[in-house]
Every structure is written in structure tokens, then in C-alpha cells.
Write a protein that binds this ligand. Structure first.
Ligand SMILES: Nc1ncnc2c1ncn2[C@@H]1O[C@H](COP(=O)(O)OP(=O)(O)OP(=O)(O)O)[C@@H](O)[C@H]1O
Ligand SMILES: [Mg+2]
Length: 137
């Protein structure tokens, strides 16, 4: 549902995405305002993940646009979406088996100077994170 108003952080406008034999999203429009918490509910195959994949740049829509903090996109790269604050926890989480626990935790977000990875700092942060989790048990 689209409504009028200010403070719109993300606006989805008329997004359509088809796969062979199925219309996953059929002219979907919705606004999300700053500070709101939404739950997207629908039966299996309703198109929830497809919508999330469009706004996070994993897939491109056939039609439509979305506006993030005033900038309009037809499609976006995952890196741009992440930079714009669109962060996704995917339904099916994959670990990279040949990377360490620390590297998996920091996947896509390694600490470093662009040339080398600062493993020591990443391990320090993971220990801090685990200590925080354990203190809440
Ligand atoms: N990569 C793909 N190739 C072909 N069809 C796809 C693909 N991804 C999704 N679909 C189809 O698009 C429709 C929407 O799928 P989507 O995964 O977005 O649904 P969902 O609401 O997230 O479902 P669930 O509750 O099962 O997670 C479904 O009919 C699905 O089979
Ligand atoms: Mg899904």
C-alpha cells in the first residue's frame, strides 16, 4: 500500500519481476518511512524474497523503480545497496567452508586497508562479540 507523506526512507514503485512461467512481483508499490518496522507476510512463493532481492541488488526488476533516501534506481548493485543501508539476512544462509569462523562472520565486510586483511583486528572483534553473547546467556 502506498500512502502520502514525508520521511520516506525507501519507496518501491511499480516493481514487476517475472520468471519463466510465473509473475513473482506484479506492479508492487510500497513506502517505508524512517523508524518504521515492517513485516512482509505472504504464502510460499508470494514474492517476499524476490522483493528483498530487488532492493538489495541481487536481482534486477523487469519494470519499476525504487527510491532510497531520495535517489531513484531501476536496478542497484549489491555494493551500492549496502552502502545505502540496505542490509539483508538471507533466508538460506551459506557459509564459505574454506574460510575461518572469523572470516565467515566478516564476509563482505573484511577489515583491512584494501590490500591486506587485518585478521588480528577481526579476531579481536569476534572475541568481543562472543563475550557479549555469552554475557547475555
Ligand atoms: N530464480 C528463480 N527462478 C525461477 N523462479 C523463481 C526464482 N526465484 C523465485 N522464483 C519464483 O518466484 C515466485 C516468488 O518466489 P519468492 O522466493 O520471492 O517467494 P517467497 O514469498 O519468498 O516464498 P517463501 O515463503 O517460500 O520464502 C515463486 O513462484 C518462485 O517459484
Ligand atoms: Mg522467501
Amino acid at each position: 500500500m502506498k500512502t502520502e507523506g514525508n520521511n520516506i526512507a525507501l519507496s518501491v514503485e511499480n516493481i514487476t519481476k517475472t520468471y519463466p512461467g510465473v509473475i513473482a512481483l506484479n506492479h508492487v508499490s510500497i513506502d517505508f518511512r524512517q523508524g518504521e518496522v515492517h513485516a512482509l507476510v505472504g504464502e510460499n512463493g508470494a514474492g517476499k524474497s524476490t522483493l528483498m532481492k530487488v532492493i538489495s541488488g541481487a536481482i534486477s526488476p523487469d519494470e519499476g523503480t525504487f527510491v532510497i533516501n531520495g535517489t531513484s534506481y531501476h536496478k542497484i548493485t549489491p555494493a551500492e545497496a549496502s552502502e545505502k543501508g540496505i542490509q539483508i539476512v538471507h533466508q538460506e544462509i551459506s557459509l564459505v567452508p574454506f574460510l575461518s569462523v572469523t572470516e565467515n562472520i566478516f564476509l563482505g565486510n573484511f577489515i583491512g586497508n584494501g590490500v591486506t586483511v587485518n585478521q588480528k583486528e577481526m579476531r579481536r572483534k569476534v572475541k568481543e562479540l562472543f563475550a557479549q553473547l555469552i554475557s547475555q546467556m
